[in-house]
Write a protein that binds this ligand. Structure first.
Ligand SMILES: [Zn+2]
Length: 275
């Protein structure tokens, strides 16, 4: 029952994330009624019900019968699953990668620190979903969302890592700079062709949250998944060699992997080294 409730709340939040994904890159106000992307007509409330409206309308707009992006139900379902995962799923499957190996969910669900940590994780994951889809679709990462992500990561880092607050903050900031350095060089040397400034900031936040070691593994995962995606696009001949692929979504994949499955990745690395 709790699971279903959290899932439904997650889906509703996902619906709001869709609004941010579409409006922030265009610089539109985030309040105000939704209107059709094609004919600008206002969308009625019963066509804005997450997932259901998409299914009932067969993925088309009611006003002008144009194709609705699959992004809408996808973001809603992903948000629903992420929220359920963070709040309901047992502790063993999740941990925050830190050099000290401090578990993210060592705090019990109803412990005040446990509640605070889960709330900040919901904030972090929501920001990451926005970054993933708006960079994928519009090739833009909003500065507001990067700032929100950084603000959410402050309590997460303070709660999940051990030691005096000042040294945690110093180590995390240093890790952020270390992890952002190669991305900054790619950005600078390619004159913004390989990377955007948003990618530099995002990788700094990745280092801040994960520490430099896990941060570099997250970068590595981003490059590998990005390369696999790029090569499969070429093989499918969907794109010309020159067209740009946004890097932000792959940075998000790297961060999420290390945020939730760092012990599995370190286990894998150990296994590879043994052979
Ligand atoms: Zn329309």
């Amino acid at each position: 029952m709790t699971t279903l409730f959290v899932f439904v709340i997650g889906i509703a939040i996902g619906s709001f994330l869709n609004v941010l994904i579409d409006r922030l890159p265009k610089g539109e106000a985030i309040t105000g009624r939704s209107h059709c992307d094609y004919c600008r007509k206002k969308i009625l409330w019963y066509d804005l019900i997450p997932v259901f409206s998409f299914l009932i309308l067969h993925g088309k707009t009611r006003c002008c019968n144009k194709k609705l992006s699959f992004q809408y139900p996808l973001v809603e379902i992903i948000t629903g699953i992420s929220f359920t995962f963070i709040i309901v799923i047992p502790n063993e499957v999740r941990n925050l990668a830190t050099e000290g190996g401090v578990k993210l969910f060592d705090y019990a669900l109803l412990d005040p620190s446990g509640i605070a940590l889960r709330m900040t994780m919901l904030g972090i994951v929501s920001c990451l979903i926005i970054i993933f889809f708006s960079d994928l679709r519009y090739h833009l990462i909003s500065d507001y969302i990067l700032l929100a992500l950084f603000i959410f990561s402050l309590p997460a880092v303070a709660l999940a890592k051990e030691g005096p607050l000042l040294s945690i903050l110093f180590n995390s900031l240093a890790s952020g700079l270390i992890v952002a350095l190669p991305i900054f060089l790619l950005y600078y040397l390619s004159r913004e062709r390989a990377m955007g400034l948003g990618d530099v900031y995002l990788s700094a936040i990745i280092g801040f949250i994960l520490g430099w070691k896990s941060g570099y593994i997250a970068l590595y995962i981003a490059f590998v998944t990005g390369a696999i995606y790029g090569i499969s696009l070429l093989l499918l001949k969907n794109r010309k060699l020159k067209s740009r692929i946004a890097f932000g979504p792959f940075l998000v994949i790297g961060l999420v992997t290390m945020l939730f499955w760092a012990d599995k990745i370190y286990g894998l690395i150990d296994m590879i080294y043994k052979y």
